[in-house]
Each structure stands twice: as C-alpha cells, then as structure tokens.
Design a protein around this ligand. Structure first.
Ligand SMILES: Nc1ncnc2c1ncn2[C@@H]1O[C@H](COP(=O)(O)OP(=O)(O)OP(=O)(O)O)[C@@H](O)[C@H]1O
Ligand SMILES: [Mg+2]
Length: 320
C-alpha cells in the first residue's frame, strides 16, 4: 500500500485535536466512534482513510498491537473469507517522542456505509442488509464453535459494514450483495482465553481519574459483549435507536429470530425480545453519555487550565 508517512508526520506536528478540520493540512472527518478519529486528507490522490488511535505509551505495547491487528485480520480474511479493505497499521515517534499509531485503509464511499444505507432504502431492504450482516457474523461463531482454544469477537454495528457495488443514485439491497467489514482496528481475539490485545488499551481515551473506576466496573463486561453473538446482535439492534429509526426494530427482531431458528439452529440462541433491546439501549446510553461528559471535563482541565495538548478528538453532542 502506498502511504505518505512524511505527510502524516507533518499532520501530527500541526493537528488541532479540538478543531481537526481547521489545522494546516486540511482534513475531512469521515466518521468517529468512541475512540478513534477517522478522516481523509483533502484532495488526497491516494484515496485513503486514516484512523488515528492515540493510545500507546511504549514500543512494546504498540508492537504487540500491530501483531494482534495483523493476526486478527488475517483470520477474518483468509480463514473466514470476510471482505476487508486494503489496509495497513503504521506507527512512528513524533517530534516529542510520542508514539503515533494509525490504521490506514483504502477509502470507501460514505454513502455505502451501513448507517447511511439504512436511511435510503426500504424497510424490506434494511431487513435484508441485517440478514447479510448476520451471515457474516455466523462465520465468526462457526470458527469459535470448532476451535477450542481460539475465540474471535466482532463489533457488528451497522456502521461497520459497507455494501459493495452500491449505487447511491439507485440504492438497492438484495441477498446477492456482498458486504465489506470496516472496523478492523480493534483486534478482538483470545487464545486459550487470554486477550490478544492489551485490555487496558480499551480505556485509554478515558480520563485517567476515571480509568481505575471504569476498569473495575465495566471493562470485563464491555469486552465480553463482543464475544457473545446474542449480545453483539442486541447491540446492533439497539443502534437503530441512535440512528433515529426505532420503529423498524420489531421487524428486524422478527427477522433475526427467524435467522437464528433457520440458519443458526446449532448455536441454540434464545429469541431476542424488544424489552431487552430497550433496556440495553438505556444502560448503554447512560454509560456513554457519562463517559463523553467526563472526557469533556478532562479536556477542559488539560487544555484550559494546564495549557496542555488534549490528544483525543471529541465528537460534538451526539443525538441518541
Ligand atoms: N475506509 C473507510 N472509508 C470511508 N469511511 C470510513 C472508513 N473507515 C471508517 N469510516 C467511517 O468512520 C466510521 C468509524 O470507523 P470505524 O468503525 O472503523 O471505527 P470506530 O467505530 O470509530 O472504532 P472505535 O469506536 O473502536 O474507535 C465508519 O462508520 C465510517 O463511517
Ligand atoms: Mg465502528
């Protein structure tokens, strides 16, 4: 993959993490999750998407992460046949000696990313999209079932899937469509029960005064959730609240329960109920809103009171 590392170093020198689109090198935000900032460089002839993940303190830590990233993605692609973008993990030390880590991917058309697609196709087609996502996930849990000492997790949210050969001017989804999986930067797998990725990294974007508390309260729960197909599915469903499409959830639940009965019978998964999805959404929302608010406070303390750099980009108020 062709990457201009000097450009990235230049970007690191000048990035404004509070207003990232206003820095010297013009970037445009493609999306953000809770930790990474995903952007493109304006007029980039290479058409790349950059995921900036500022969580590493040591070379040992980042090397381990690159290993976990490579291994996880090799399993997804080669063993399971899941389609991934062309991508690479890179890191370097910036001028201050701090480790900067990026996942760089070939850029996909934003219109074809699942959370955009669901607003532009019929309910029937959203149902089909979800079915296709469930079939991708089945590959993961088939592997988990047949491998005693290996467990894979995945984040099944609809914003992580891209519809290939999608025409935004004539949007259509049917069962012949292929999906690409984007969210490859968190390598979730366990060998003999041991997490490949250093678990504490999940919390790195939390204010240090909170990390201890979050670790004690939520870390294991949040991690385990990605290894449990039923919970991953509930998470996928609950996201339709955040996407402002709650009315479609009952339809999707019925389709998913049928999928579990017809196509995944060997996994013995109990039917999902709307009450569970609602309850999950409420608790998840509470956790994330509290998390984002304390991060804003932390940023204020660092930048305004101590005049230090705040390394994470915080999205504006997310409508949930
Ligand atoms: N290769 C890409 N091309 C175009 N847009 C992308 C690409 N990768 C990601 N995006 C956009 O950015 C969003 C977030 O990316 P991704 O899912 O990889 O990270 P994330 O959810 O932020 O992960 P985390 O929360 O673990 O930090 C995607 O939903 C998508 O809209
Ligand atoms: Mg994502």
């Amino acid at each position: 993959m062709k990457i201009n590392i000097e450009l990235l170093k230049d970007l690191e020198r000048t990035i404004d993490t509070i207003n990232p689109e206003k820095g010297k090198i013009p970037i445009k935000i493609l999306g953000y999750g809770e930790i990474s900032l995903v952007f493109e460089i304006v007029d980039d002839p290479l058409h790349l998407a950059y995921k900036r993940i500022p969580i590493f303190d040591s070379v040992r830590q980042v090397k381990r992460h690159v290993w976990a990233f490579d291994t996880y993605n090799r399993i997804l692609r080669e063993d399971l046949g899941i389609i991934l973008p062309e991508q690479e993990a890179i890191w370097f030390k910036d001028e201050e000696g701090k480790i900067q880590f990026y996942i760089i991917q070939q850029k996909v058309d934003t219109e074809a990313v699942g959370n955009h697609v669901i607003h532009n196709v019929s309910d029937q087609e959203v149902e089909t999209l979800i079915l296709l996502a469930m079939r991708e996930m089945k590959k993961i849990w088939m592997l988990n079932k047949t491998n005693e000492n290996l467990d894979l997790g995945i984040d099944g949210q609809i914003s992580n899937f891209v519809v290939l050969d999608y025409n935004p001017n004539n949007p259509k989804i049917d069962e012949t469509k292929k999906l690409l999986y984007l969210d490859t930067s968190t390598p979730m797998f366990r060998k003999n029960g041991a997490e490949a990725m250093e678990a504490i990294l999940f919390l790195k974007s939390a204010p240090s005064f909170l990390r201890f508390l979050l670790k004690a309260l939520f870390l294991q729960e949040v991690l385990d959730r990605y290894y449990d197909w039923r919970l991953v599915t509930i998470d996928l469903l609950a996201n339709f609240f955040k996407e402002q499409k709650p009315e479609i959830i009952p339809l999707l639940i019925r389709r998913i329960n049928r999928f579990f009965k017809e196509e995944a019978i060997d996994f013995n998964i109990e039917p999902i109920t709307i009450q569970e999805v609602q309850k999950y959404y409420k608790s998840d929302k509470t956790i994330w809103v509290a998390f984002q608010n304390t991060r804003r406070i932390d940023r204020y303390i660092k930048t305004k009171l101590f005049r230090k750099k705040y390394n994470f980009y915080l999205p504006g108020k997310i409508k949930r």
